[in-house]
Ligand binder design. Structure first.
Ligand code: ADP
Length: 559
C-alpha cells in the first residue's frame, strides 16, 4: 500500500472561537442587541463581544478552570450568555447550557452529572440557585451575570460576572484547539428517565453553523437581523448564536419576556428579518398581532420546529402576515438541525396545493445529515410517503454516544435511532407522524397523533390540542382529543368530531373530545403527553362503553 497523497492545504482547526474572531474582524461594527434582565436594552458590537469573551476566558483561567472542564449556564438569551458561548469553549472548557425550566432536582442531577465547576446564572434565577447550591456540593462557585450593584440578596455566596471580567484586559489569543475536542454540552429534557448529555465538538458545532446558514436552511446573511426566540438553553438556540457571527448577521436577544407584545415590539424596533422558535411561542405572537391589529414591517421568515408546526399556523403567518415559515425538525442529539422544508425549483412550479402539502412536512435533510426509515426487523422502508417506520440518522453533527455513558452505544448499525416515527416521500421530504411513544396503536395499525392535532387546531374555535392514546377494550388504543378553546369561543364535542369527517380515514376518527383550560407543556414548550396520558388513564371512551353493541371487525371496516 502506498501512502495516500495528502492535500496541501492549511490544517486550520474548526473552532467556535474562530466564529467570533471572524465576526469581530470582518463584521466588527455589526450590532448585538439584548433586552436585559435589568429592564433596559443593551447594545454593542461583535468587536465588543469578542473582547469581553476573551476577558471571560482569562477570568475562568484565573479561577483555575482547566480545558475540558464544564461550566454551566442558567440564563436567558442575552449578551453575557453569548459571551459564555465563546469565552468558555474558546480556551478549551465546555459550555454547558442548562434548562432552568426543569425541576430543581433534575437540574441538580444534570449539574452533578456534568461535574460543572462553575455555574453562570441570570439574577432571575437567584432563588433557584439558592435551592440548587446545597444539592451541588462540587460546584466551586456560582457567578451572577450582573455587576456588583445588581447582585441579588442570596444565601449562597456568589461572584459578580462584571467584577470578574473587569479584572482582565482581553489581551488574549484564542488557542488552536483540537477541533475534535468538546465545546458544548446539552442535556435532553428527560421526558422519560434521567436526562442524557449530548457533548458537541468544536468541529461539529462549526459544521452545524455552516449547515444551518445555507439558503435552504435558515438562509442567513450579513443583511439579516436574527432574533432567536428559541432559548439559548434549548439545544444552543438551534445554533443561531454560532450561525449569526459566521454570517455577520445582526443578533437580537430577547431576554426573558417572550410574550407576543414584547416580541413584536423588539422585532419592529430592531428591524428583525428572521427568527426561530417552537410553535407555542408563535401562538402568543399571532394572538397579539390579531388583537392589536398590527403588522410586521421587516420580518420575512421564521424557522418553526421543536414540535410539529400546525398547518393552520403556517397559513396564518404566510397568508395573513406574508412571513415565510420554514418548518424544521431536529433534536438535542443532532445539534439539533436535521431537516427543513423548502422547495426546489421544480417543486415550486407545482400547483399551490401540492407545494403547501410539501411545506407542511418536516422537510429534506441538509448536507451533514443522512436519514432512513426502518421497519420492525430493521429493514429499510421505501420512500413512498406512505410506509412509516423508525427514523434513523447519521452525520458529523449527530451524537455517537451519550456523555459519561461510555458503555452502551445508542447506535444501530452506525445510525442513531431518533425515537421518531416518520414517512419519507419520493421528493425526499420526511414527515414525522409521531414520537414512537406517542403513536396510537389501534387494532395493530398506527394512527398519527400529530395529524389529528393539526386538524383540531385548524378549527377556528380551538387554540391548542393534544391527541393521546386512550385504552380501548377492542382496539387496545383509540385517539382522544384534549383541546383548549380560544378565549370567548364555544364549541361542542360533537361539532369538533364532525369537523374531522372527510379529513381522515374513517378508522382514524377520534373517539372522544375533552375540553380543558390548559395543556401541560415540557420545559422546552412541547406538549407533555405523558402527563396527559396519566391524567386520562381512566377516561372511558363512549365507544368503549358501546362495545357490547358494536359488530366485531378490523380497523378500516367498521369504523
Ligand atoms: P426534548 O423534547 O426531549 O427536549 P429535543 O428538543 O431534542 O428534546 O426534541 C426532539 C424531538 O422533538 C424530536 O425527536 C421530535 O420528536 C420532536 N420534534 C422536533 N421538531 C419537530 C417537528 N418539526 N415536528 C414534529 N416533531 C418535532
Amino acid at each position: 500500500m502506498t501512502a495516500p497523497l495528502l492535500g496541501q492545504m492549511m490544517d486550520v482547526p474548526l473552532t467556535v472561537s474562530s466564529l467570533i474572531a471572524h465576526a469581530a474582524r470582518h463584521h466588527g461594527g455589526t450590532q448585538i442587541v439584548s433586552r436585559r434582565i435589568e429592564g433596559d436594552v443593551h447594545r454593542y458590537t461583535y468587536r465588543d463581544c469578542e473582547k469581553r469573551s476573551k476577558q471571560l476566558a482569562q477570568a475562568l483561567i484565573a479561577l483555575g478552570v482547566a480545558p475540558g472542564e464544564r461550566i454551566g449556564t442558567l440564563a436567558w438569551n442575552g449578551y453575557r450568555h453569548l459571551e459564555a458561548y465563546f469565552g468558555v469553549p474558546g480556551f478549551g472548557a465546555v459550555c454547558h447550557t442548562i434548562n432552568p425550566r426543569l425541576f430543581p432536582e433534575q437540574i441538580a442531577y444534570i449539574i452533578n452529572h456534568a461535574q460543572d465547576q462553575y455555574v453562570l446564572f441570570d439574577i432571575t434565577f437567584a432563588p433557584l440557585v439558592d435551592k440548587l447550591a446545597p444539592q451541588c456540593p462540587d460546584v466551586r462557585g456560582w457567578i451572577a451575570l450582573t455587576d456588583e450593584a445588581h447582585l441579588p440578596d442570596m444565601r449562597t455566596p456568589v461572584l459578580s460576572y462584571e467584577t470578574l471580567i473587569e479584572a482582565e484586559d482581553g489581551e488574549y489569543e484564542w488557542p488552536l484547539l483540537d477541533e475534535r475536542s468538546a465545546s458544548n454540552l446539552c442535556y435532553t429534557s428527560g421526558t422519560t428517565g434521567n436526562p442524557k448529555g449530548a457533548l458537541y465538538a468544536h468541529r461539529s458545532s462549526v459544521l452545524h453553523a455552516y449547515g444551518a446558514s445555507l439558503p435552504d436552511a435558515m438562509g442567513l446573511s450579513s443583511r439579516d437581523a436574527i432574533l432567536p426566540v428559541v432559548p439559548m438553553f434549548h439545544v444552543n438556540a438551534w445554533g443561531v448564536p454560532y450561525a449569526a457571527p459566521l454570517n455577520g448577521a445582526k443578533l437580537v436577544l430577547p431576554g426573558k419576556d417572550l410574550d407576543g407584545k414584547s416580541l413584536y415590539e423588539l422585532m419592529e424596533a430592531e428591524g428583525v428579518t428572521c427568527s426561530a422558535g417552537v410553535p407555542t411561542v408563535w401562538l402568543g405572537l399571532l394572538a397579539y398581532m390579531r388583537e392589536a391589529d398590527v403588522r410586521f414591517t421587516t420580518f420575512k421568515r421564521t424557522v418553526i420546529g421543536g414540535s410539529a408546526c400546525p398547518p393552520a399556523m403556517l397559513r396564518a403567518f404566510e397568508d395573513e402576515y406574508g412571513v415565510q415559515v420554514i418548518h424544521a425538525w431536529g433534536m438535542t442529539e443532532m445539534s439539533p438541525l436535521g431537516t427543513l422544508a423548502t422547495l426546489n425549483w421544480e417543486q415550486s412550479q407545482r400547483p399551490l396545493e401540492a407545494q403547501r402539502a410539501l411545506l407542511e412536512k418536516q422537510g429534506r435533510v441538509v448536507f451533514g445529515v443522512d436519514m432512513k426509515i426502518v421497519g420492525s426487523e430493521g429493514e429499510e422502508l421505501p420512500w413512498d410517503g406512505v410506509a412509516f417506520g423508525d427514523l434513523h440518522v447519521r452525520g458529523p453533527w449527530v451524537i455517537d454516544r451519550y456523555f459519561r455513558q461510555e458503555n452502551g452505544s445508542p447506535l444501530v448499525d452506525g445510525w442513531f435511532p431518533t425515537g421518531d416515527v416518520a414517512t419519507i416521500d419520493p421528493d425526499g421530504f420526511m414527515q414525522i407522524t409521531d414520537r414512537s411513544k406517542d403513536v396510537i396503536k389501534s387494532g395493530g395499525e398506527w394512527i398519527s397523533s400529530i395529524d389529528l392535532e393539526n386538524i383540531a387546531v385548524a378549527h377556528p374555535a380551538v387554540a391548542e390540542a393534544a391527541c393521546i392514546a386512550c385504552a380501548h377494550p377492542r382496539w387496545t388504543e383509540r385517539p382522544l382529543i384534549v383541546a383548549v378553546l380560544k378565549p370567548g369561543a364555544t364549541l361542542t364535542r360533537e361539532a369538533l368530531l364532525a369537523f374531522y369527517e372527510g379529513k381522515v380515514a374513517k378508522w382514524w376518527l377520534p373517539d372522544d373530545v375533552v375540553f380543558v383550560k390548559e395543556l401541560p407543556h415540557t420545559a422546552t414548550g412541547k406538549l407533555q403527553k405523558l402527563k396527559l396520558r396519566e391524567r386520562f388513564r381512566d377516561h372511558v371512551l363512549p365507544t368503549a362503553l358501546a362495545i357490547e353493541n358494536c359488530p366485531l371487525g378490523e380497523p378500516g371496516t367498521d369504523r
